[in-house]
Design a protein around this ligand. Structure first.
Ligand code: HH2
Length: 334
């Protein structure tokens, strides 16, 4: 089996015959053809099989009401005591409310609210505790904002309560690990983000192995899209995410980032969450997550240059400024 990764470019020097990626800001004239066990080789876009070319080029429907023809920023609001980077800072409802307000003022397109840390080694949280953490933050944000609110949870019970309180997107890092999640998302008619993870947060960093990480994650996400559709989730309500840091070594994370445009061949918007994660600390030589902002910005812009539609970030004002300058200096906006 062959896989096709578009070699994306952006900016004004677009040649005749270039193919637009997903109706967005990037385009391509060539693609890398990948096969397990052999070296990739570059082919002209017109030699990509028609079905895949169609999935690469067709405009994506809006996600929770927002267009993805330009890059979108998803702001992280963790109401947890133990998240790896901001644990305990926004656990109290008044602090969560204030942080939500700040993220929106700083330019968030989507607010992603979570009540369970999924950092490596994290212990699971009961649905009741998780609901008690996220509900005040969702209610506070919904009272003041009509933009998309995402619930970052692996549990259908938590997602149901969040949706009743106004959440409009489900961010499921377990990709339908809860057997009830598919039916819930289908019934609610809301978008769901399906993320790749190896194992669960408690065990995922114990010596992860892949045959070929990029292609294995692609196959996993293709199978999850199929599973989601079999639950009745409409294709236009599916977003995928390769799950940076979830059961991956440094080399795995880098292979996924360098090849991230492959996931566009799945035909749905791609979300990337690398903000402040451990590999940025490793390469950027800092153990302190709050000092990983410059590296996080670099990775966010690298993802955007590869057409990633939604970038999940802690540092909204900084990322918004970086994106604005990236767009201005490359002419990479639509
Ligand atoms: N990463 C985290 C949590 N949720 N969701 C998606 N779709 N993609 C990600 O990469 C992702 C995610 C982990 O980051 P964070 O929320 O900052 O930390 P913690 O899990 O410790 O709360």
């Amino acid at each position: 089996m062959s896989y096709y990764r578009p070699l994306l470019q952006s900016g004004p020097d677009r040649p005749d015959g270039a193919v637009s990626l997903a109706g967005g800001w990037t385009w391509f004239t060539h693609a890398a053809q990948l096969r397990r066990g052999s070296a990739p080789f570059v082919i002209p876009a017109r030699e990509v099989p028609a079905e895949i070319l169609e999935r690469l080029s067709r405009p994506r429907p809006p996600v929770a009401g927002i267009e993805t023809t330009s890059p979108r920023l998803m702001a992280i609001l963790n109401t947890t005591p133990d998240s790896f980077s901001d644990g305990g800072r926004f656990e109290a409802p008044d602090r969560a409310g204030a942080q939500g307000r700040r993220l929106i003022a700083d330019g968030a397109d989507i607010l992603d609210i979570g009540g369970e840390s999924t950092r490596p080694g994290a212990a699971p949280v009961s649905p009741g505790d998780e609901i008690a953490r996220v509900l005040p933050a969702i209610r506070a944000a919904r009272a003041e904002w009509d933009g998309p609110i995402s619930i970052d949870t692996r549990k259908a019970e938590v997602a149901r309560v969040a949706i009743d309180a106004g959440a409009s997107l489900i961010n499921d890092v377990s990709a339908l690990g809860d057997p009830e999640m598919g039916a819930l998302a289908a019934g609610a008619g809301l978008p769901i983000c399906l993320m790749h993870m190896r194992g669960d947060p408690e065990s995922m960093q114990r010596d992860p192995h892949y045959d070929d990480v990029l292609l294995d994650v692609y196959d996993f996400l293709a199978a999850k899209i199929f599973e989601a559709e079999s639950h009745g989730i409409r294709p236009e309500n599916i977003v995928v995410d390769p799950g940076i840091g979830f059961g991956k070594t440094l080399a795995h994370n880098l292979a996924l980032l360098q090849g991230v445009s492959l996931f566009h061949a799945l035909g749905v918007p791609v979300l990337l969450g690398a903000s402040r994660k451990g590999f940025i600390g490793t390469l950027g030589r800092t153990d302190t997550p709050a000092q990983r902002v410059p590296g996080s910005l670099a990775v966010a812009l690298a993802g955007i240059a590869q057409g990633v539609q939604i970038i999940r970030v802690h540092d909204m004002a900084e990322t918004r400024q970086a994106l604005c300058l990236w767009q201005a200096s490359t002419g990479g906006m639509t």
